[in-house]
Design a protein around this ligand. Structure first.
Ligand SMILES: NC(=O)c1ccc[n+]([C@@H]2O[C@H](COP(=O)([O-])OP(=O)(O)OC[C@H]3O[C@@H](n4cnc5c(N)ncnc54)[C@H](O)[C@@H]3O)[C@@H](O)[C@H]2O)c1
Length: 418
């Protein structure tokens, strides 16, 4: 099948490309490298060194023996999107190319606006270009479990039966997002659902849980690594905790630490996306997959990281700074996730094993963590209209007087900073 991946340079786009290629699919990708730029903007970098795209493509050819075609471009550019679809005529489009950091969207008004304008524009451009050029194609759109928030009831897969004043209907489940970024995903979901209705497009909206891990079976060479963000803005809680443990710092769950979220290993997220690609929605169908394996509280993550760290001779303490976010710190959480099982999905990775694997990779790149360790501390605060002064002050205080080392522990000279 011919698959277009938008956001192919990203954390999940890259391993998805490798996975689909290894399963015999024809893969083409587009990216504008904005995640690389924005991670740099907040003073950080990927713990794993990520080569520039030409070297990534050469490594794919050398290691996997596969050809991966790449377009550099921004989905905010309508002509580019239409041209891309006219040239490539994909059967499936996996749409990952969005600003994906909740804290980044909360920095100030400009970051909030950029997040929502870019995310909604890219999705609308794709929907219109699909209608014009490839109306039979299937859109696999990456949403997030964060769209639902944390309601005090079970969370269905997209829709539920509701009764009000004696009448019943099958309705989209209410969304209660917790950041401007998450709201952009909610609006996207509405737009994708509407496009299936008016244009008859096929779409799968993936409510993606938090993904963890660096490795997949296709990542057999350091040149094929995917990025691993650990700073407060781009790194997940689990990523930050492991980085803190490697650096000998306390692990810091925000607030009470009882915030629960759904999680899935990178390898299993790739399996799920492949299943969605290989089993397309019907014309006019809008279907929703809740894509995660298990829910963990932030405290549970911290404890698990602490246990694996102890096995490795590290003994991090756990501290609870106040929560910079506005969110329930203790709540009910029970989302349903059955649709993917019906397509043959099976969990293959356990959290503790993947945590151990991440430790091994991060210990290898410890010098890159040391050079940027100040980016672990929280500066973006949901209650402040402008967190930039705090962010700048932190980076000024943390910046080393000499330029940071370009990864002396890297196993080859082929590395550049992402
Ligand atoms: N990683 C997770 O845990 C997670 C969880 C839930 C949802 N998601 C969603 O999955 C998708 C992919 O996430 P990720 O972690 O791989 O993010 P990422 O930032 O690592 O990758 C996104 C890629 O898209 C590119 N991009 C962004 N805007 C673009 C645009 N307008 N035009 C072209 N390229 C653009 C970026 O440069 C980047 O390479 C996102 O939509 C995100 O919201 C991710």
């Amino acid at each position: 099948m011919k698959v277009l991946i938008t956001g192919i340079d990203g954390y999940s786009g890259w391993p998805l490309a490798l996975h689909l290629l290894s399963r015999g699919h024809d893969v083409v990708g587009v990216d504008n490298f904005v995640t690389r730029k924005r991670v740099k903007e907040v003073g950080s970098w990927s713990a794993t060194p990520i080569p520039p795209m030409p070297r990534r493509l050469a490594a794919v050819k050398e290691v996997l023996g596969k050809e991966l075609r790449f377009y550099r471009g921004d989905l905010s550019d309508w002509e580019l999107v239409r041209h891309l679809l006219e040239t490539e005529r994909p059967e499936t489009i996996v749409h990952l190319a969005e600003q994906r950091s909740a804290p980044y969207s909360m920095i100030d008004v400009h970051h909030a606006v950029a997040t929502q304008v870019e995310n909604l524009t890219g999705t609308l451009h794709l929907l219109y270009a699909m209608k014009e050029v490839v109306p039979e194609a299937h859109l696999v759109k990456m949403g997030t479990m964060g769209e639902y928030g944390t309601p005090n009831m079970d969370i269905p897969e997209g829709f539920f039966e509701a009764e009000f004043h004696g009448r019943r209907d099958h309705l989209p489940f209410p969304r209660q997002a917790g950041s401007w970024y998450h709201w952009s995903k909610v609006f996207d979901s509405g737009d994708v659902m509407f496009a299936t209705k008016i244009f008859g497009l096929r779409a799968t909206d993936v409510m993606q849980g938090v993904i963890y891990g660096i490795r997949t079976p296709e990542i057999t060479d350091h040149r094929l690594f995917t990025r691993f963000d650990f700073d407060e803005t781009w790194g997940t809680a689990l990523n930050r905790f492991i980085a803190q443990a490697v650096l000998g710092l306390p692990i810091t769950p925000y607030g009470k630490g009882e915030q629960k979220r759904g999680f899935i290993a990178l390898e299993d997220s790739m399996q799920s996306l492949r299943l969605a690609v290989e089993h397309p929605a019907r014309p006019g169908e809008y279907r929703v997959f809740n894509q995660f394996d298990a829910a963990y509280s932030v405290n549970e993550l911290a404890e698990r990281v602490g246990r694996v760290a102890a096995d490795l001779g590290l003994h991090p303490t756990i501290e609870h700074p106040s929560d910079p976010r506005v969110e329930a710190e203790q709540h009910y959480y029970n989302p349903i996730h059955e649709n993917l099982l019906g397509l043959g999905y099976r969990r293959t990775r356990e959290l503790d094993d993947v945590i151990r694997e991440i430790f091994h990779d991060l210990i290898r790149y410890r010098r890159r963590l040391v050079a940027r360790q100040h980016v672990l501390s929280a500066t973006v605060n949901w209650r402040l209209p402008d967190s930039r002064p705090l962010l700048r002050a932190r980076n000024a205080a943390g910046a080393s007087p000499t330029p940071p080392p370009v990864d002396p522990t890297a196993p080859s000279s082929a590395h550049t900073v992402a």
